[in-house]
Structures are given as C-alpha cells and as structure tokens.
Design a protein around this ligand. Structure first.
Ligand SMILES: Cc1cc2nc3c(=O)[nH]c(=O)nc-3n(C[C@H](O)[C@H](O)[C@H](O)COP(=O)(O)OP(=O)(O)OC[C@H]3O[C@@H](n4cnc5c(N)ncnc54)[C@H](O)[C@@H]3O)c2cc1C
Length: 300
C-alpha cells in the first residue's frame, strides 16, 4: 500500500519520495523510526501537489527542517513527512535577504557576514533551517529570529499562500504563532544592517569557539532539551540535582552541559523520554520548578 502510494505520488512531483525512510537519518539525535512516505520537495509546486495528494488520500502530513530540535518516536511517523531542505533559494537586496525556508541557518549567517551584513552572527552555530528557526524563534548570544524577521510566506494545508508580517507572528521565547498552526513556512524576508565584514566573521568564529568548548558536539544531540524557566537556567538546575552523567539505556545527560542529552550510540526515543522524566521529577522535587521541553516530539 505504502509503496503503491509512493509510486503514485512520484508521478506527480519532481522531488524524491521514499517509502519507510528511517527518520534517524534526518535528526541530529540520530533517533527515529521510519516515515511511511518521505518527500524532499524541489519547489513550492511540489509541496502543493503533495498536500493535495495527501488530502485526497486522507494521509497526515508532518513537516521537518534540519531535524535539530526533534525527538522522533522509534515507531516512526505515519503518513507523509515533508523535509524542506530543498527550498534553499537566497537573494540579497540592499540590507535585506529573501531566503527559502530550507536554507541552513549557519550558511545563511556566513553568507550574510561575507556580504558585510550584521544581525545573524548569533545564528551561525544553530544547526537548523531558516523555517525551523522562525517557528521556534531560535536564539543565542543575546540574538533571536524575532529581531531580524520582517515577513514570512507560508502555505496552508490546502495549498494556499499567505504572508505574515513580524507583528502578526507573536514571537515569544522559543515560540511563535506558527508553532501551533498547520502552515508550512516557505520563505522568509530578513532585515539586517550594514557592518564591517571582518568584525562580523570574527564574531561568528568566537561564538563557534565558545560553543565548541561548552557543548558535547562529538555525540549526536538536539541542543538544549528543556527551556530555561523564567529568570533561571535549566542547565543550572539539572546540574544542581546531580544529574550530569545520569544514563538510561544509551541516552546520557552530558557531563559537559547538563541541559544536553547525548546519544552514546543506539539510544531509543524511549531512553530519552525516560531520562527526561527522571530529570523533570528531580528538579520538581528539589526546586518546585516544572521544566518544560524545548524539543518537539513527533510520531508514534
Ligand atoms: C548542537 C545544537 C545546538 C543548538 N543550539 C541552539 C541555540 O543556541 N538556540 C536555539 O534556539 N536552538 C538551538 N538548537 C535547536 C535547533 O537547532 C533549533 O530549534 C532550530 O531552529 C530548529 O530548526 P530545524 O530546521 O532543525 O527544525 P526541526 O527540528 O526540523 O523542526 C522543529 C519544528 O519546526 C517545524 N518546522 C521545521 N521547518 C518548518 C517549516 N518550513 N514550516 C513549518 N514548520 C516547520 C517542525 O515541524 C518542528 O515542529 C540547537 C540544536 C543543536 C543540535
């Protein structure tokens, strides 16, 4: 049945479709079972056609970008998964950039810096796509997407295009209005400022060095697992309850950064969830604080 649907859909669109694609190949945690159907669209038309097909066949649709903020169930994802990384057009005009949602944020930050545009230095070490970063209002080093996004173009599940101005996106800490809505981010208009090329590139390098020293980047991970509670740091609380080094199966609380859980090799989604549960219970018991996940759970 799935293979038949794949063959049918492939006749309609240019991008590659696969059946039973292991999602562990598409998440930075290297965790996640198979997606029934997996599409990497080449353009907006591909997405529109795939959505129409999914609507006709009553198949659920899930969108992913770089998979850098995702925990995907070991059982995988039923229906169609659309990965946006093929939407990577980039156009600079003056101090603005119009960029496809699938463009990698680090590459965009570097290209902007090379063009003498400042404002994206904070994003150079956030390993996701522009679309995922807008949805999550990704941020670091005092910067966040809400400071530079001017307008976002999205497609709804019926294939209709809408645009949202920044003011309509209701950006909050690691969140935006788009997070709860069934839209696919297609393109983002970003406003930067003119700066000194060398200074910008130096700042990017120093952010990278800072992270290389503090984050457990040699193991698969998904960045910070929990959001910082108001006025505090999730990493500090997790460290204070002595959780560094705690392990469930092959998932371990990083010794280097307590808000990172690393995959030591072969960790399952269940390992991660059980470890998260232990951490949440310990922090609640000791400090009365409920840690809220920053990562997004998909599938099952
Ligand atoms: C080593 C490491 C360091 C990190 N550091 C930071 C950091 O400093 N700051 C920070 O904020 N985050 C950080 N992250 C987390 C992550 O990189 C960001 O949240 C990133 O913005 C997620 O983008 P993505 O493309 O990978 O999205 P995904 O993880 O693929 O998806 C995240 C969510 O966005 C949705 N989505 C993705 N693309 C689209 C689209 N085009 N349209 C509609 N919905 C979409 C997905 O459905 C999902 O709900 C880090 C992660 C890692 C692994």
């Amino acid at each position: 049945m799935v293979v038949h649907l794949r063959d049918q859909l492939q006749t309609l669109i240019k991008g590659k479709i696969s059946a039973y694609e292991p999602m562990s190949r598409h998440t930075t945690w290297r965790i996640g079972g198979p997606a029934d159907l997996f599409l990497q669209p080449e353009d907006w038309k591909d997405i529109e056609k795939a959505l129409n097909f999914a609507n006709d066949q009553e198949i659920p649709v899930t969108i992913i970008g770089g998979g850098s903020n995702l925990l995907i169930d070991d059982k995988g994802i039923r229906g169609l998964v659309i990965k946006t990384t093929g939407l990577n057009k980039l156009e600079f005009f003056n101090d603005k950039v119009k960029v496809g949602a699938g463009m990698g944020l680090p590459l965009l930050a570097i290209k902007s810096g090379q063009n003498g545009l400042t404002g994206l230095e904070f994003a150079a070490s956030i390993p996701g796509t522009v679309g995922g970063a807008v949805l999550m209002n990704a941020g670091a080093h005092g910067g966040a997407m809400e400071q530079i996004v001017e307008q976002v173009t999205v497609m709804d599940r019926l294939g209709k295009i809408h645009t949202f101005k920044k003011e309509e996106l209701d950006f909050k800490y690691r969140s935006s209005k788009l997070k709860g809505l069934p839209y696919i981010v297609l393109e983002v208009l970003i406003k930067l400022s003119w700066g000194e090329r060398e200074d910008i590139l130096k700042k990017i390098s120093s952010h990278k060095m800072f992270r290389n020293e503090r984050q457990p980047l040699k193991y698969p991970n998904a960045g910070s697992v929990f959001k910082n509670p108001p006025g505090d740091s999730a990493g500090r609380l997790i460290e204070q309850v002595g959780a560094k080094g705690w392990q469930v199966g092959k998932a371990q609380v990083s010794e280097q950064h307590a808000n990172f859980i690393v995959n030591l090799g072969g960790a399952t989604s269940k390992d991660i969830l059980n470890l998260m549960d232990l951490i949440q219970k310990a922090v609640k018991k000791e400090y009365g604080v409920t840690l809220e996940p920053e990562i997004i759970f998909l599938g099952g």
